[in-house]
Design a protein around this ligand. Structure first.
Ligand SMILES: Nc1ncnc2c1ncn2[C@@H]1O[C@H](COP(=O)(O)OP(=O)(O)OP(=O)(O)O)[C@@H](O)[C@H]1O
Ligand SMILES: [Mg+2]
Length: 509
């Protein structure tokens, strides 16, 4: 029987989980190393690829051949070049691998921790844009997985709400600080029924950024002691920085011997120094927590519990900040590295009930999930700007952010001038409520020929229907002639990703 699994495809670590025979999520270990989480690092050898901790080790001697943090590139049209060891803009000439191809290698590795996996739920940050979601779906296709996506904090709350001994009731705040991204989601939970209210976040805020700050501190201190800088691009120093950061979660001070151009130097870093080096990130975290509460129109006192997700929530100052803002300590005792993968496995079970045994079916029977649209979805229209005294193109929102899914919204517009020949039907996505076309992403654009003799002011309507899985059906209609342009935006069919690159034919270790 083919299995259904949940996969947390993380910036720094990934994990895969399935439902055990009783319907409880269970993280699967790498059969070779026994590790329950797998480093999201990929080493390209001559005719084989290595994924995981060993790939990271290989980066010390062959740094250009190892790709880290590919998740941060998922929304970009870039290629990883092995000769330069960097992601570069895809101009059609560079030889190398796309972010989807690289992610597919991580997925293929995880998939092999068990057998007969066909269906999977893969998690993505709540604020992953359409292109990044499409690229994730493309990666799944390349690794021959039939998948659905779910937002990471949503998966985590599903896991928490299914834990024996934890009873979630009322509003909860899910605080997810991982290696690369930061997400906050506020949801309303009643037993196993989860209604997401809002999500905010920062795609570029996580443990990797903190490692860089430690590296900077090491560099400054080495320079002061020895008069020369260390090589901040040396991968082994990144590992030292991460190790120091982790130790500082339990110790007040860490001493480490740092090798540099002027020989070894013993360097001390205190927790206080680390905390002040990441101060701007901490401020951003506080700001986003306030923003999440504001969006949900709630006060901290209205939130019953804070749930922690992500390895970076082990940093003591992070929990102190949470306690200060929420006036209550977060729930403890859950494995913050595994919550997302476990929640994804539960969701995979709900979506594929036909593949479950009766105990598993029973376990997920009461689970219910309602999510919201995490972006403003809009269209481009032309309006008269009285100040500039000319026509300008602006973005007009059709589906506001945080609208409950599924939804269907119609907006009415008009033909602009007599004898107008066509209308550009465009679908836009933005994090903010933007009118300025500079700040939006156009995710689809097709023309619609209008009927002959169309008149200024003729009605024109636009309907967007968005379902729970992130598929959007858009209808642009000239009302009098009933002429229509219909755009089906399933994640994964976004214009830029129409051409699926080839699967990489490597042996994966
Ligand atoms: N004890 C600790 N103290 C501080 N940081 C830690 C600790 N343990 C793990 N981390 C950090 O947590 C991060 C990994 O967390 P996690 O696995 O949740 O992230 P991810 O899923 O890879 O990233 P993302 O969710 O952002 O894509 C790394 O940066 C790691 O250094
Ligand atoms: Mg994560």
């Amino acid at each position: 029987m083919s299995k259904v699994v949940g996969i947390d495809l993380g910036t720094t670590f990934s994990a895969i989980a399935e439902l055990d025979d009783l319907g409880n999520p269970e993280v699967l270990s790498d059969p070779e190393s026994g590790n329950r989480i797998t480093r999201s690092a990929v080493y390209f050898g001559k005719d084989k690829v290595i994924v995981g901790e060993k790939a990271r080790d290989a980066s010390i001697t062959s740094p250009k051949k190892v790709v880290f943090k590919v998740k941060r590139e998922m929304e970009n049209e870039v290629i990883y070049s092995l000769s330069s060891g960097e992601f570069k803009e895809d101009d059609g000439k560079i030889k190398g691998y796309t972010p989807s191809q690289i992610s597919s290698l991580i997925l293929s590795k995880l998939k092999d921790y068990t057998s007969s996996v066909k269906k999977a739920v893969i998690t993505v940050p709540a604020l992953f844009a359409e292109r990044a979601r499409s690229a994730t779906l493309e990666a799944a296709k390349l690794s021959k997985l039939d998948i659905e996506l779910i937002n990471e904090p949503t998966a985590a709350v599903l896991h928490y709400s299914n834990l024996p001994g934890i009873s979630l009731n009322g509003r909860v705040l899910i605080f997810d600080l991982g290696g690369g991204t930061f997400d906050i989601t506020i949801a309303s939970v009643k037993g196993k029924k989860v209604d997401v209210i809002t999500s905010v976040g920062d795609k570029e805020l996580g443990g990797e950024d903190f490692d860089k700050e430690i590296l900077d501190l090491l560099n400054k201190k080495y320079k002061k002691l020895k008069g020369k800088s260390i090589d901040v691009n040396d991968r082994s120093l990144f590992d030292v920085a991460e190790k120091i950061k982790k130790l500082l979660s339990t110790k007040e001070k860490v001493s480490e011997i740092i090798e540099g151009p002027k020989g070894p130097a013993k360097i001390d870093i205190s927790r206080k120094e680390f905390e002040s080096s990441i101060d701007t990130y901490l401020e951003k975290i506080k700001m986003l927590m306030e923003e999440a509460l504001e969006r949900a129109e709630l006060k901290a006192s209205n939130i019953n519990q804070t749930l922690l997700v992500g390895g970076s929530t082990r940093i003591p100052i992070v929990t102190e900040i949470i306690k200060k803002i929420m006036k209550k300590a977060p729930i403890k005792g859950v494995n913050v590295d595994e919550a997302v993968a476990c929640g994804a496995a539960i969701y995979a079970g709900i979506q594929n009930k036909d593949k479950l045994n009766s105990a598993q079916k029973k376990a997920v029977s009461k689970v219910e999930l309602n999510d919201v649209c995490n972006f403003y979805m809009g269209t481009l229209i032309i309006v008269r700007d009285p100040e500039k005294d000319r026509y300008v193109e602006v973005n007009d929102v059709v589906i506001p952010r945080d609208t409950k899914l599924p939804c269907s919204i119609t907006k009415n517009y008009q033909v602009l001038v007599d004898d107008q020949k066509k209308i550009d039907c465009s679908v836009t996505q933005s994090e903010g409520e933007e009118r300025d076309v500079e700040f939006i992403n156009i995710i689809a654009n097709e023309p619609l020929e209008l009927r002959k003799g169309a008149k200024q002011g003729d009605p024109f309507k636009v309907t967007y229907s968005y379902d729970l899985n992130g598929s959007m059906h858009c209808i642009f209609e000239e009302v009098k002639s009933k002429k229509k342009q219909e755009l089906n935006l399933k994640p994964g069919t976004s214009k830029d990703f129409k051409e699926l690159r080839e699967s990489l034919d490597f042996d994966i270790e």
